[in-house]
Ligand binder design. Structure first.
Ligand SMILES: NC(=O)c1ccc[n+]([C@@H]2O[C@H](COP(=O)([O-])OP(=O)(O)OC[C@H]3O[C@@H](n4cnc5c(N)ncnc54)[C@H](OP(=O)(O)O)[C@@H]3O)[C@@H](O)[C@H]2O)c1
Length: 249
C-alpha cells in the first residue's frame, strides 16, 4: 500500500515510516520540514496522489486550549478535505487513551477537537488511542526543572513502547477503517516517577527527581487510575523493562 504519514518526521511518525518500509509498503511523509504545512494546506494535495490511507501522527506546537483546539481541528480538516478530493479511503488518527476522562489540559482539548473532526468527516476512519509512551515520564521530567531538580507527578500508567504504537497504527491502516476507536496499551502498569528515574539513568542523564503534584507539568486531574486503558484494550508486547534493556530509545 501507499500510505502517507502526517508528522512522519516526529517521534512516532519516524517509527511508522520505518515500520511501513519494513513491511514493504510505500511511505509518504508529510511535515513542515518537508514542505507540507497541514495548518495552511500548503504542499498537501500533490503528496496525496495514489495514496490508500493517511496515518496522522502530528503534534503541532500549542500554547493554550483555544490554540490547541484550533491547531488539531484545522490540521484534521485540511487532511480530510484534501483526502476526499484525492479519493483517499482511510484516515487513521493517533489519539490518547482516557481522552474523555481528563479535564483541564490544553493538549487533551486539542485531541478531543481532532477526534470530533475525524468522526464528523467524510472519510472512513480508525482512531487508535494509545496510552503514554515508555519515554513519557522522562520527557515530562525535563519539562519542569526547579533549582536543578525535576518535578515528576506520581502518575499510574500502563505505558506502551513507541515502536508498538507505530506497529498498531500500521496494522490499523492496512486492516481498513472501523469508523470507531480502540485503545492500545503496554502489558503492565508502572509508576511514572520510577520510570523517569530509570530512563534517565539508562540514558546517562544526571537529573535529580522529586515526586510531587504541586509545581508539576500535569495536575491532579491525572491522578488515580484515570490514565489506564479501557477494558478490552489491545495489549502490545514490549514491557517498560524490555524497552529499558534495549537502550530506552
Ligand atoms: N507522548 C505520549 O505519551 C503520547 C501518548 C498517546 C498519544 N500521543 C500522541 O502522539 C502524537 C504524536 O506525538 P509525537 O511525540 O510523535 O510528536 P512529535 O515528535 O512532536 O512530532 C510531531 C510531528 O508533527 C509535525 N508537525 C507539527 N506541526 C505540523 C504542521 N503544521 N504541518 C505538518 N506537520 C506538522 C512535525 O514536523 P514539523 O515540525 O517539521 O512540521 C513532526 O513530524 C501526538 O498527537 C500525541 O497526542 C502521545
Amino acid at each position: 500500500m501507499r500510505i502517507a504519514v502526517a508528522g512522519g518526521t516526529g517521534r512516532i511518525g519516524r517509527l511508522v515510516v520505518a515500520h511501513l518500509d519494513r513491511e514493504g509498503h510505500e511511505a509518504v511523509s508529510l511535515s513542515r520540514g518537508e514542505g507540507v504545512d497541514l495548518l495552511t494546506g500548503v504542499g498537501l494535495r500533490q503528496r496525496l496522489q495514489d495514496v490508500d490511507a493517511v496515518i496522522d501522527a502530528t503534534n503541532p506546537p500549542v500554547s493554550d486550549i483555544a490554540d490547541a483546539e484550533h491547531a488539531f481541528a484545522t490540521i484534521t480538516r485540511n487532511l480530510l478535505i484534501a483526502k476526499a478530493e484525492a479519493g483517499v479511503g482511510h484516515h487513521v488518527a493517533l489519539s490518547i487513551a482516557a481522552l474523555d476522562d481528563v479535564a483541564g489540559n490544553a493538549h487533551y482539548y486539542g485531541k478531543r477537537a481532532q477526534e470530533r473532526e475525524v468522526a464528523a468527516g467524510a472519510v472512513p476512519y480508525t482512531i487508535v488511542r494509545a496510552t503514554q509512551f515508555h519515554d513519557f515520564p522522562a520527557m515530562i521530567a525535563e519539562w519542569t526543572v526547579v533549582d536543578g531538580e525535576a518535578i515528576v507527578p506520581p502518575l499510574l500508567l500502563q505505558p506502551i513502547a513507541p515502536a508498538d504504537v507505530a506497529a498498531a497504527l500500521v496494522d490499523a491502516a492496512t486492516a481498513g477503517p472501523v469508523s470507531g476507536s480502540f485503545d492500545v496499551a503496554g502489558p503492565r502498569t508502572e509508576d511514572a516517577v520510577d520510570m523517569a528515574r530509570r530512563t534517565l539513568a539508562v540514558r546517562g542523564q544526571d537529573l535529580p527527581l522529586r515526586a510531587a503534584w504541586r509545581g508539576a507539568a500535569l495536575g491532579v486531574e491525572f491522578a488515580g487510575e484515570v490514565l489506564l486503558p479501557a477494558a478490552g484494550a489491545r495489549l502490545a508486547p514490549t514491557s517498560f523493562d524490555d524497552w529499558l534493556a534495549a537502550g530506552a530509545l
